[in-house]
Design a protein around this ligand. Structure first.
Ligand SMILES: Nc1nc2c(ncn2[C@@H]2O[C@H](COP(=O)(O)OP(=O)(O)OP(=O)(O)O)[C@@H](O)[C@H]2O)c(=O)[nH]1
Ligand SMILES: [Mg+2]
Length: 390
């Protein structure tokens, strides 16, 4: 069967649902696809197709990041449904790195919970500038004042993290009731989508820059070769283009290009793609590697950065760090150990912003302005931005 080619008719954006475990991200994602399918602009993706990895079905929580696609009247969206469980923040970092905007899902019945706050902080650090809030499970209470209080609390949290908390759209929804087709709540999901359409601006795409794709996943297609997937950070890519796989240390040629299962002639910054690479062994390439136009980036191990160390009450450390500290650095889709040097200061406390020099365990493409998270023992302890490389 020949596949229908991807036709680019509307601007493409990457968005996603984030928030505390069980607040209803996956249910809302399913409801969005259902509402749009009924409008005729997408395919309904039921809950169990979004939460689909076997491990997830068994544990009932979203572990890997699921992607779905849909269209509103004005835009084409790739939507990642991110996990809320604390252990999986690592995946959340990977998914969030490419988001143009996010839907923060907060249960109107429970209010802000630890991962609500952690996800907002991570979103800020990985450069998600626009957040729309879905106060979900609004069907669960008639007490509007209770929901008003939760709304205030969420606006305060956003303001505290540097978002315009007073002006972010906050929409009261019920993913569950919308999924059941209740008109009051399908209208609420429509209102949420309108808020996303109007509030999240079309980001500037660096189409003229040399191609760069952080590898999110690697698969093998029997008989055809190795496929890498991810969102194009910048530039464009066409069939036949030469690329370097940084990290794997191999060069290759693009022999296949798809988005959501549809072949495409040319991928561009912002697109979610699968790239078939000629002659690259499956085990040579991993998540965290970077596919780039040959010679366009010089990988480095050493950089200087400005870093905010989370305070203990924000989930950060309770004790200071000193030169010689060796946490994990989450950079684009990579996760790599790094040696921290705090220079003359020598030591820093949680809650402080510090300048540091970092020597990574392996080389990777780095540049000023690149954001990253610092994690230790399964929790985020800091977030920073590269200032100089080398
Ligand atoms: N009353 C009510 N229940 C809801 C609503 N949305 C989701 N739920 C229920 O809340 C529970 C969790 O929903 P999920 O969609 O799995 O939550 P999640 O945020 O994706 O959870 P994780 O992926 O594990 O972080 C399920 O039992 C849902 O049926 C809603 O709008 N109203
Ligand atoms: Mg989920």
């Amino acid at each position: 069967m020949s596949k229908t080619a991807y036709v680019r008719t509307k601007p493409h954006l990457n968005i996603g649902t984030m928030g505390h475990v069980d607040h209803g991200k996956t249910t809302l994602t399913a409801a969005i696809t259902k509402v749009l399918a009924e409008r005729g602009s997408g395919t309904f993706v039921p809950f169990d197709r979004i939460d689909r990895a076997p491990e997830e079905a068994a544990r009932g929580i979203t572990i890997n990041i699921a992607h779905v696609e849909y269209e509103t009247d004005t835009r084409h969206y790739a939507h990642v449904d991110m996990p809320g469980h604390a252990d999986y923040v690592k995946n959340m970092v990977t998914g969030a790195a490419q988001l143009d905007g996010a839907i923060l899902v907060v249960s109107a019945l429970d209010g802000i919970m630890p991962q609500t706050a952690e996800h907002v902080l991570l979103a800020r650090q990985v450069g998600v500038d626009h957040i729309v809030v879905a106060l979900n499970k609004a069907d669960g209470t008639d007490d509007e004042e209770l929901i008003d209080l939760v709304e205030l609390e969420v606006r305060d949290l956003l303001t505290a993290q540097g978002y315009p908390g007073d002006s972010v759209p906050v929409v009261r929804v019920s993913g569950l009731r919308a999924l059941e087709g209740d008109p009051r709540w399908t209208a609420a999901v429509e209102a949420l989508l309108d808020a996303v359409d109007t509030y999240v601006p079309m980001p500037e795409r660096y189409l003229d820059a040399p191609f760069l794709l952080p590898v999110e996943n690697v698969l093998t297609i029997t008989g055809r070769g190795t496929v890498v997937t991810g969102a194009v950070e910048r530039g464009t890519l066409r069939l036949g283009d030469r690329v370097s796989v940084l990290g794997a240390g191999v060069d290759s040629v693009v022999t296949g290009l798809e988005t959501f299962g549809k072949p495409m002639e040319e991928a561009e910054a912002g697109d979610n793609v699968a790239v078939l690479l000629r002659g690259v062994p499956r085990d040579a390439v991993r998540r965290g590697h970077v596919v780039a136009a040959p010679g366009s980036v010089v990988p480095a191990r050493r950089f200087s950065a400005r870093v905010y160390l989370l305070a203990g009450r924000e989930g950060g450390r309770t004790t200071p760090v000193a030169t010689g500290y060796r946490p994990q650095f989450y950079i684009r889709t990579a996760d790599v150990v790094g040696d921290v040097d705090l220079g003359a200061v020598g030591m820093a406390r949680p809650g402080e912003t510090v300048e540091m020099t970092v020597e990574l365990g392996r080389e990777m493409p780095l540049e000023p302005g690149l954001g990253f998270a610092i994690r230790e023992g399964g929790r985020t302890v800091g977030a920073g931005t590269v200032t100089t490389v080398g």
